[in-house]
Write a protein that binds this ligand. Structure first.
Ligand SMILES: [Zn+2]
Length: 198
């Protein structure tokens, strides 16, 4: 039995217990997936149709692709395609049974909300990794830019080789101040690290 943290006074706990309690709360928060997040993930996987499919799955313990197609009026093939996409990421689970009269397989689908929390966590970790890589790149380079919209910033070494002429528009390359960009990247990295408890 886990003690309910709300019934325990903080002063009764040793530091170790307190840390365990804190991490417990964090895990709870991360495994809780609200409707809005669920809709967003579904939408990313298969647009409005995936949202409809997920909404059907949310209301039942499990159901067949046939039933989903009937309820949503989405073509069976599309329903299956979206379900398999979700299945690839473990967001839905699958159970197979055999129809006694026809001998065909019946596929029973269920939503795996616990997996969804893990999926979102992984996505956030990937975003964090990308942001960190980008931040390091910005920190380690000095950039030069012509000021023309659509032209690229060029790192110092390359700019020198180009004798500080933009290879696209031939304008003079000037030093580009990336302090603001670095600050904003740093802020996003820190916010995500905090959210992920890293
Ligand atoms: Zn240019």
């Amino acid at each position: 039995m886990k003690p309910n943290p709300q019934t325990i006074s903080i002063t009764d706990l040793s530091l170790v217990d307190l840390n365990m309690w804190k991490s417990g709360v964090q895990v709870l928060m991360l495994t809780f997936v609200d409707d809005k997040t669920l809709q967003k993930v579904a939408e990313a996987f298969g647009g409005e149709e995936a949202v409809q499919i997920v909404n059907v799955l949310r209301g039942v313990s499990e159901t067949t692709d046939d039933e989903i197609a009937q309820q949503t009026e989405i073509r069976l093939n599309t329903v299956r395609k979206i379900l398999y996409k979700l299945y690839d990421h473990s967001l839905v689970g699958l159970r197979r049974s055999r129809d006694k009269t026809t001998g065909w397989f019946i596929f029973h689908w269920r939503l795996q909300l616990d997996q969804l929390a893990g999926f979102i966590l992984n996505q956030k970790r990937r975003v964090l990794e990308k942001l960190e890589t980008r931040l390091t790149y910005e920190q380690n380079h000095d950039f030069y830019y012509c000021g023309t919209e659509g032209c690229k910033r060029i790192p110092f070494e390359e700019a020198m080789e180009l004798v500080f002429r933009c290879p696209t528009c031939t304008k003079l390359l000037m030093h580009f101040d990336n302090e603001k960009l670095k600050t904003s990247l740093q802020e996003r990295v820190e916010a995500l690290r905090k959210e992920l408890g890293e």
